[in-house]
Design a protein around this ligand. Sequence first.
Ligand code: ATP
Length: 235
Amino acid sequence: MLEVRDLSVNYGHFTALHAISLNVNPGEIVVMLGANGAGKSTLFRTLSGLQRASGGSAVWNGTPLTGGKPEYNVEHGVAQCPEGRLLFPELSVEKNLRLGAFVHRKDAAGTNKELERVYTLFPDLVQKRNAPAGSLSGGQQQMVAIARSLMARPQLLLLDEPSLGLAPMVVEQVFAAIQRVNEAGVSVLLAEQNAYAALDIAHRGYVMESGVLTLQGTQQELMTDDRVRSAYLGV
Ligand code: ATP
């Protein structure tokens, strides 16, 4: 389980996260809703070890994540799929996927097995395996980015804005894929501005505003909360 306690992050004199606390339980999809600049990416980067915490803790199954060593966090089961995908457009889909298995580079057989597992979860990628990643549609590139994170064999996947820039029908496919990943046993923390699609697949969620968690609840509680409905669901 992920346990974040009183986690703070500063950029110089600016505090981006103000002592936030949250949990992700095994098997859950937890959504983090929040407007642009609320601090979601800062949280994710901190949980990935890319950003130093200024205070508090974040622990995954007993492993502290705030040591500032991204590779250590990946080795201990936490992988991030970053906002904006960050694929290598000229490399083939399969080469991009294999790069995700970097921490398991000594286990070629395991990586080949994982590749086949990932293709089962994302069947559309099979026929594209030799195509340059940059030639795929936006939705397919997002699938490649998620699949690449899975190649690290995480137990917790941090997904930052997977629906960014995608058409509504494609968003649906990406979220269905996230649900399949979760059903395959991976816990998911999901940052999203597309509250509707995210709440649809989430078990629980939080709302972040200016680096503070202002609301939390189950999927049902958040879906029916007036503040969530007016601020994030446009109702
Ligand atoms: P977005 O969806 O736009 O990425 P976000 O909720 O992920 O938004 P963050 O990117 O975490 O928000 O940013 C939170 C706050 O911290 C913002 O006010 C942002 O301007 C600020 N911030 C982010 N990165 C830095 C940085 N490297 N230096 C200074 N301030 C930063």
